[in-house]
Write a protein that binds this ligand. Structure first.
Ligand code: NAG
Ligand code: NAG
Ligand code: NAG
Ligand code: CU
Length: 390
């Protein structure tokens, strides 16, 4: 099966900017980074936080979660090298623990890490449906973060990937440069045609190859076993899964095509326009997922194919690349900034207006949860959500 387009398959600056004196946020940035300037989306977030603060004062979370006591998910480039190493060690730990997903159905899930991949493959359609896309991924990331912390002793929170910081040269970034405190490098170069984008007009009908596509041979994940899938691979020569459903054991290397052409649509001006120009929730989601009529891939596809490869470019098995969580963290962050522009009206809406009793059920990853309780990061999920992006 070939699913080059995420949404079709689901059917449906570097000048230094003075960070304002907005609470701890700017202090944290100044303390640990001093390297990356805030971009227009960062500044929008800072500005809208004031709005959100006032909203929370009038509508406090029952759980007692506040902006002050919320966990802070940091951008990868704002972590210290030792914080990055701690995170990486936790991911490797999860990849070394035995799985809990049903053994008979998922023989290819070789680790606790793979449990999450198998889950995404199983629930791909519901995870990506409107209205589930944003809230269900929020829950999915949260459970992953929890597993890193509770099962592998990680003391931080899930980092996110502000695509814009690295979009000009992702291969040489703190995320993908391949050193031992990066999330692994570019794949070895292979010959392939790139990723076809059905429904788009030339030259946007193809994401050109980014110079990789083969095995990742540098960094902490060079020995990683990708086992589940492929189901919807975008690369040649990925060995087929022994089971038709993709759940058989198929150990192979992690492959990537870290891709600046795809990254070009994730620069800050695209994300800023997405957040500020789409008041209607349905339109916000649609523009995020890509609009063929405008030949715009959308930041969601842009980020996925900046990673590309196997399983990163596979609609079903994409969480098998450890960068998945960073990308969907950024998507979650964008949703939150969109909400903060008008919290009175946006903290309780989601694209597609689901019925009040709509349930998100991720089986072994999380207990069944009311979708309407997943719409706020401050006190949602019965109080279990209490985090912000910094
Ligand atoms: C890896 O590269 C990043 C970004 O250039 C750098 O900050 C970090 O110190 C490097 N880590 C190691 C272990 O060399
Ligand atoms: C990958 O899988 C092979 C075959 O199952 C196994 O021998 C090897 O130890 C695994 N490597 C890692 C890093 O888990
Ligand atoms: C973002 O900026 C680039 C030029 O740097 C421009 O080509 C592109 O159209 C802009 N995108 C949006 C959505 O404004
Ligand atoms: Cu997904």
């Amino acid at each position: 099966m070939f699913f080059p387009l995420w949404f079709l398959a689901a059917s449906s600056a570097l000048s230094v900017v003075e960070a304002g004196p907005v609470g701890k946020k700017s202090n944290i940035r100044e303390r640990i980074n001093g390297f990356y300037a805030l971009d227009e989306v960062d500044l929008l977030q800072e500005d809208k936080l004031k709005n959100f603060d006032a909203y929370l004062a009038a509508n406090p979370a029952k759980s007692g979660c506040t902006l002050e006591n919320a966990a802070r998910r940091l951008e990868w480039g704002d972590l210290t090298v030792s914080q990055r190493e701690e995170y990486i060690a936790a991911v490797l730990c999860l990849q070394s623990k035995p799985p809990i997903s049903p053994r008979d159905k998922y023989p290819g899930a070789l680790s606790r890490y793979d449990d999450f991949v198998a889950n995404h493959m199983t629930f791909a359609m519901q995870l990506h449906s409107t209205p589930h896309l944003l809230p269900a991924h929020r829950l999915f990331i949260h459970q992953y973060e929890k597993a890193l912390r509770e099962e592998c002793g990680y003391t931080g929170y899930q980092p996110y990937w502000n695509w814009a910081r690295y979009a000009d040269d992702p291969v040489n970034s703190a995320i993908f440069n391949g050193n031992m405190s990066s999330m692994g490098g570019q794949g070895l170069p292979i010959e392939y045609d790139g990723v076809p984008s059905m429904g788009f007009e030339p030259p946007y009908d193809m994401i050109p190859p980014g110079g990789g596509g083969g095995c990742v041979t540098e960094g902490p994940f060079k020995k990683m076993n990708v086992s589940l899938g492929p189901i919807g691979t975008v690369l040649p020569d990925v060995p087929p899964n022994p089971q038709a459903d993709g759940f058989g054991s198929n150990p192979r290397c992690l492959r990537r095509d870290v891709n600046k052409y795809s990254a070009a649509v994730t620069k800050a001006n695209y994300t800023y326009a997405l957040i500020t120009e789409n008041d209607d929730p349905d339109k916000f989601e649609r523009v995020m997922l890509g609009t063929p009529e405008n030949n715009d891939w959308g930041v969601h596809m842009g980020g996925h194919y900046t990673i590309g490869g196997d399983p990163g470019g596979d609609f079903f098995a994409s969480p098998g690349d450890p960068m998945f969580w960073f990308h969907h963290g950024m998507i979650d962050r964008i949703w939150w900034i969109w909400q903060m522009q008008d919290p009175e009206n946006r903290m309780h809406v989601v694209p597609g207006s689901p019925p009040a009793d709509d349930i998100v059920d991720l089986a072994w990853v999380a207990p069944p949860t009311l979708l309407s309780d997943l719409l706020t990061n401050i006190g949602g999920n019965d109080g279990d959500f209490c985090y912000i992006y910094d």
